[in-house]
Design a protein around this ligand. Structure first.
Ligand code: CDP
Length: 213
């Protein structure tokens, strides 16, 4: 079973994807970390984030073992990630890894921006997780300050809005709800309620597929 979970910045898709994966005993890939790691490595090598060929070279050299780096979660790296993520050449390099991850038995849960549209268009279940920008900014603000990061809520909201705009308007694999994805608005749901809602949607999609098959 392949579960695709997409959505805008700080929508909670990563937390949901992790819990869904644990529930079904499936591996989970947070695909945002791939773009964040490319951004980190490009910055470390002083490669211009607007240099498509340079960023693609960084993507080719990416060591997936470094995706666990907690420093990838900063707002600065998120911003830089959305700049390298605009380059089709970068996306092409990262596509193969994501497809291979998804197609290994017994399936997988992937979260990102283009999982349901580009990476796994044939996914068994597609969720599009969203919430108002203000709710998302508050959640991300609490997460960052909880880790000791010094940042204002206004700055987090501005970052989220800027990234959503860049991610939604890029030419390649923009952030958009797949036609066959189900919208899960978590504006008024805490994480437990969002998780239960996600499970209900997944079970409903699987039983529809079972009836059709
Ligand atoms: O956790 P958050 O929602 O803040 O961001 P993320 O999922 O870690 O993604 C960071 C950036 O990577 C996004 O703003 C996108 O520009 C890019 N990204 C993408 O283009 N495609 C994906 N499948 C995942 C992330």
């Amino acid at each position: 079973m392949i579960v695709a979970i997409d959505g805008p910045a700080a929508s909670g898709k990563g937390t949901l994807a992790k819990r869904v994966a644990a529930h079904y005993g499936l591996p989970h890939l947070d695909t945002g970390l791939l773009y964040r790691a490319v951004a980190r490595d490009a910055l470390a090598s002083a490669i211009d984030l607007d240099d498509a060929a340079g960023a693609a070279g960084v993507a080719e050299a990416l060591e997936v073992a470094t995706l666990a780096d907690p420093d990838l979660r900063t707002a600065e790296i998120g911003e830089a990630a959305s700049r390298v993520a605009r380059h089709p050449a970068v996306r092409t390099v990262l596509l193969a890894y994501q497809r291979t991850f998804a197609s290994a038995a017994p399936g997988a849960v992937l979260d990102g921006r283009d999982i349901g549209t580009v990476i796994c268009p044939g996914a068994d279940v597609k969720l599009f997780v969203s919430a108002t920008p203000e709710v998302r900014a508050l959640r991300r603000f609490l997460e960052l300050t909880g880790r000791g990061v010094d940042i204002s809520q206004e700055a987090v909201l501005a970052d989220i809005r800027a990234r959503d705009e860049r991610d939604s308007t890029r030419g390649t694999a923009p952030l958009v709800q797949a036609k066959d994805a189900v919208l899960l608005d978590t504006s008024n749901l805490d994480i437990d309620a969002a998780f239960r809602a996600a499970l209900d949607l997944i079970e409903a999609a699987m039983s529809r597929a079972g009836r059709a098959g």
